[in-house]
Design a protein around this ligand. Structure first.
Ligand code: ZN
Length: 275
């Protein structure tokens, strides 16, 4: 049998957004994402939240409610260029940020975006050991691929890319289901105020939202889903699969039908096709 991993509901495309620094303009941005059913990850510096800045950052009391349905990820406590810092200090920057954000959310915080795009091999290793499941880098690569190294996850483009809508159109039109494709857009919400161009993101979200063939996911949802897919245990003839994870994983069988391999269950892939 030919088995392909799919995204949830048998989809082959995913869209995710990643916005940094937790400034007050995130209020408006989250409103736009929610309007069009788009999911994002917000990278927050816990240590800078109550400091006076222009534009101001969101207050700690706002985080859990505003980002409901989205992901809150670490961005270090104080936004240093971490490649220049002693590793012990870098460890503290991550752990303190995690503890602070987790205190606000009451749940594990496992994602990261490197502040100032700065990282090294040692930092990647350290982050893995500190419970960071993935980390976003700055350089964009428009390959629409899932990350080969989650600790070096490059976006597809920044929202300021003059070809943003061209890339969106390409992604929307992409119909080859033999690939799993991802579009990943990043930026800072205050840039829309600075450049007076909120229509850029409004237009993008309106165009990309509400599509049946796209999975709208946060960064960590994509990582966790692909991890669950990797953990599937198939019989040698591929007719049965046990899913040891909590969450479902969707499979395409013989180019004909989709199967939801539910968490904690043994699924007979042949029988699913006979139903
Ligand atoms: Zn930043």
């Amino acid at each position: 049998m030919k088995i392909y991993t799919c995204f949830p509901e048998g989809k082959a495309k995913a869209l995710t957004m990643s916005y940094d620094d937790g400034k007050i303009q995130d209020e408006r941005l989250v409103g736009i994402f929610n309007k069009y059913g788009i999911k994002g990850t917000f990278n927050i510096n816990y240590g800078l939240m109550e400091k006076e800045q222009t534009p101001p950052r969101l207050s700690r009391s706002r985080i859990a409610e505003l980002y409901k349905g989205h992901e809150v990820a670490t961005h270090t406590m104080t936004h240093p260029t971490i490649e220049r810092c002693p590793l012990t200090g870098v460890a503290e920057e991550i752990l303190e940020d995690r503890k602070g954000l987790e205190g606000l959310l009451g749940a594990p915080v496992r994602g990261h975006a490197y502040p100032n795009g700065s990282y090294s091999e040692e930092i990647k290793q350290l982050f893995r050991q500190l419970g960071v499941a993935y980390a976003r880098v700055v350089p964009s690569v428009a390959d629409y691929e899932l990350p080969k190294d989650p600790l070096e996850w490059h976006p597809t483009c920044h929202h300021n890319d003059p070809e943003l809508m061209k890339k969106a159109q390409f992604f929307a039109d992409f119909g080859k289901k033999q690939y799993l494709k991802l579009m990943y857009v990043w930026g800072h919400s205050y840039e829309f105020d600075n450049n007076n161009n909120w229509e850029v993101i409004e237009k993008f979200c309106e165009f990309m939202g509400g599509r049946e063939d796209i999975w709208y996911a946060t960064n960590i949802e994509i990582i966790d889903y692909m991890d669950a897919a990797k953990r599937l245990q198939f019989t040698a003839d591929n007719t049965k699969v046990f899913n040891p994870s909590f969450q479902s994983v969707w499979l395409e069988v013989d180019d004909k039908y989709y199967v939801e391999a539910k968490g904690g269950c043994l699924t007979d892939l042949k029988k699913c096709g006979e139903q």
